[in-house]
Design a protein around this ligand. Structure first.
Ligand code: SF4
Length: 396
């Protein structure tokens, strides 16, 4: 996996003040990937040290008033071309900078005030379809004992839990909000394990309950709230789905977005939102672009075949009719299943970083799908699924 990283984040003394801004989490990532170091201001030939620069009304000025718009464009073009030649899929750039900043940059008053916008390099890389994040995203996704990675496993995928070096186990029935009457369906186990996988702190939930079993959206998302209370910031949802013919094939997939067709929403049942003035939750980038890109990079590095696509969550428990399959295809849906959407909504409301992985066990609408056939297909891909999850954990 090739990643463009701002030189100053790697500890190189290229900043306007002659210093650097090394970030341990970024340095750690740099040690696991092929790094393409970039510094658009350096590539522009600007000296070190130099007066600080900021963007104002689409142009770039040094604090001494000099217009360096052309220099920034030249340096950013050079770094973009380098990134494209190097085939980077991810860029980790210094936050707030007029060249490297992502979504938020200094506003041109040299007062430390921020405004919405991208640095000149960040804007160019985004235009090329490269995932661009700041060091803050890498830091926020870094697991630790205090912030383990939560992994919620679906039908046939629960054996990943056996990889955990356990520290303690938690019966689901001891989890607040989890229904006492719930019993595992075939292929699920109702005991979470706190521990490590390859030395990465994790909490693995090797089974879930579903809306189609008659449980409420609040109940099916109890595990997500539990993971959040345990300190988890990253949460990986794995689910079995049907691949919508014409949009996806059977096999492993990375979820890019979702459509909630269940008719339920856990936030409407969540007491904590009842008295809140603005209970509205932004669902843009519900599936973390950073985690998705890392997962894709890991899969490519390991030679694991994965596709990417939108997930539609339906209530179930019946499978889709031919008309429904046609409708899903028209909606641009690649994967359809009976879980995950409510959990992702809850995770997003709790500001967690979500990675959605699926095993498309069959074609949506196929006539001979049974719980057993889904489990058998999951088993057939279990090794690749396990390698993918372990690869992602190692990369964080
Ligand atoms: S241009 Fe980017 S890499 Fe270079 S010093 Fe500025 S923020 Fe760092």
């Amino acid at each position: 996996m090739r990643v463009a990283i701002s030189r100053c984040l790697l500890g190189q003394p290229v900043r306007y003040d002659g210093g650097s801004k090394p970030v341990p989490e970024v340095m750690s990532l740099a040690g696991k990937v092929d790094v393409c170091p970039v510094c658009p201001e350096g590539a522009a030939g600007l000296p070190v040290p130099r007066p600080p620069a900021e963007q104002r009304e689409g142009r770039v000025f040094l604090s001494d008033g000099r217009d360096v718009t052309a220099e920034f464009a030249h340096g950013s073009d050079a770094c973009r071309d380098l990134a494209l030649r190097s085939r980077v899929s991810l860029a980790v750039l210094k936050a707030k900078s007029p060249s490297c900043g992502v979504n938020l940059i200094y506003d041109g008053t040299y007062s430390g005030t921020l405004t919405a916008g991208d640095g000149t390099l960040a804007a160019r890389l985004k235009k090329e379809g490269i995932c661009v994040v700041t060091e803050d995203v890498v830091k926020a996704c870094k697991p630790s004992v205090e912030n383990p990675v939560a992994i919620v496993l679906g039908t046939g995928l629960g054996h990943l839990g056996s990889l955990v070096k356990p520290v303690r186990r938690i019966d689901y029935h001891d989890i607040e909000g989890f229904p006492a009457a719930a019993n595992p369906v075939s292929g699920h186990v109702f005991e979470a394990t706190v521990g490590t996988i390859d030395d990465v702190p994790v909490v693995v939930y090797p089974g879930r309950i579903h809306l189609y079993q008659g449980f409420s959206a609040a109940e099916v998302t109890a595990l997500v709230r539990h993971a959040h209370r345990l300190g988890c910031r990253d949460i990986i949802f794995a689910c079995a789905t049907g691949a919508v013919p014409g949009c996806a094939h059977t096999g492993l997939g990375i979820l890019t977005d979702q459509i909630n067709l269940t008719g339920r929403n856990p936030l409407a049942e969540w007491e904590e939102l009842r008295d809140v003035e603005t209970p509205f939750v932004d669902m843009n980038d519900a599936y973390s672009p950073y985690l998705r890109t890392v997962a894709r990079g890991v899969a490519d590095d390991l030679g694991i075949a994965v596709e990417e696509g939108v997930y539609a969550g339906v209530l179930g428990p019946c499978f889709e009719t031919p008309a429904e399959v046609a409708a899903l295809r028209t909606l641009g849906v690649s994967y359809v299943g009976m879980s995950t959407v409510c959990e992702v909504i809850m995770a997003k409301a709790l500001d967690m970083n979500v990675l959605g992985l699926t095993l498309a066990a069959n074609e949506s609408g196929a006539a001979d799908v049974t719980h057993e056939s889904v489990r058998a297909a999951a088993e057939a891909h279990s090794e690749d699924f396990e390698r993918l999850v372990r690869g992602v954990l190692r990369m964080l």
